[in-house]
Design a protein around this ligand. Structure first.
Ligand code: ATP
Length: 311
């Protein structure tokens, strides 16, 4: 193994059997996850299932009652300085000093990371430009809209050029353009080698952004069972035709199992190669297909299935 490999290995986040209670509320009961460098992982679950509490523990801002956490190879309980240096934390709501300007806010953050004042200002100005807030550089943060605050919060999380990014509901309050930009930026940060853990309730959006997903329910992370459901959901393809009756006839004749759902006919394909073959076969049989593709968001389908089981 080379020195670079070792550096990359230690950049990831891992949690094993992590738990935390607030009085009688067991906010996180048993959380296990890994985030690899260069990837984006989604943290998904209903309101109150423990996502923020788990992220606060990963960020070293809250002590776990039990379990093991490593961030960039460091244990937040014993080496919080190393963890702080390695992570960028974007909370679901920006706690800011209302009277400071945007640039002052970032500069102060940079000073906290021991950057020289001019270095911190320069980096802050660059990040404000990246999140399209340059025109607000010298205005107090209190004048920012909710979405603009989110963007400042993201810039703040990047001030220390972190190896690990923890983003709690980053798309909250963002307009459509900003959401697309956020998605692109998060992918770029991952391509840069950063490990990104992102929580969101907008699952269709996560579909396009993430490599992996961790599902949580009632304080527990759901392992293989959820991964299998995601893999299965990714195999579901919707076939839209000009004549569904003809399609069903061809599928029945060919012995191809399908689901006849209110929104259309759904078949299962094992791979993209198999999807290509299935489409070619349908066309060769004269089925008038006008659309053929994944049947919606795999994460959304998995989420709904898990929720259904837990009712
Ligand atoms: N400081 C606290 N004191 C008491 N209870 C808390 C505290 N923080 C969180 N909880 C409780 O712990 C549980 C998990 O909360 P948490 O904020 O981690 O959920 P979440 O998954 O992030 O929810 P959401 O999707 O709504 O943001 C909830 O029942 C919440 O009420």
């Amino acid at each position: 193994m080379t020195a670079t490999d070792t550096a990359v290995d230690t950049a990831a986040v891992s949690a094993r059997g992590v738990a935390r209670a607030f009085g009688s509320v067991q906010a996180v009961a048993d959380a296990t996850l890994e985030v690899r460098p260069g990837t984006v992982t989604a943290l998904i679950g209903p309101n109150g299932c423990g996502k923020t509490t788990l992220m606060l523990m990963l960020a070293g801002l809250l002590r776990p009652d039990a379990g093991e956490i490593r961030v960039a190879g460091a244990d937040p309980r014993h080496d919080s300085a190393a963890v702080r240096a390695a992570i960028g934390w974007m909370p679901d709501q920006l706690g800011s000093w209302d009277n400071l300007t945007c640039l002052q806010t970032l500069t102060l953050m940079g000073r906290g990371y021991r950057l020289h004042k001019h270095e911190a200002r320069e980096r802050g100005a660059g990040l404000l430009d990246m999140v399209h807030l340059s025109e607000f550089a010298d205005r107090p943060t209190r004048v920012l809209s909710r979405g603009q605050k989110q963007r400042l919060s993201l810039a703040r999380a990047l001030m220390n050029d972190p190896q690990v990014l923890l983003l709690d509901e980053p798309a909250n309050g963002l307009d459509p353009r900003s959401r697309v930009e956020l998605r692109t930026l998060v992918r770029e940060l991952a391509a840069d080698g950063k490990a990104v853990l992102v929580s969101s309730h907008v699952l269709a959006e996560l579909d396009e952004m993430v490599d992996d997903a961790i599902f949580m329910s009632k304080g527990r992370t759901l392992g293989d069972e959820a991964a299998e459901k995601v893999a299965d959901a990714k195999r579901r393809y919707r076939v839209a035709t000009l004549d569904d009756a003809a399609l069903k006839e061809v599928l029945v004749e060919g012995g191809v199992p399908f689901d006849d759902e209110p929104s259309g006919v759904v078949v299962r394909v094992g791979s993209e190669e198999e999807a290509f073959q299935a489409l070619a076969w349908l066309m060769s049989r004269g089925v008038r297909v006008h659309r053929f593709g994944p049947a919606g968001s795999a994460l959304e389908q998995t989420y709904m299935a898990m929720e259904e089981e837990r009712r």
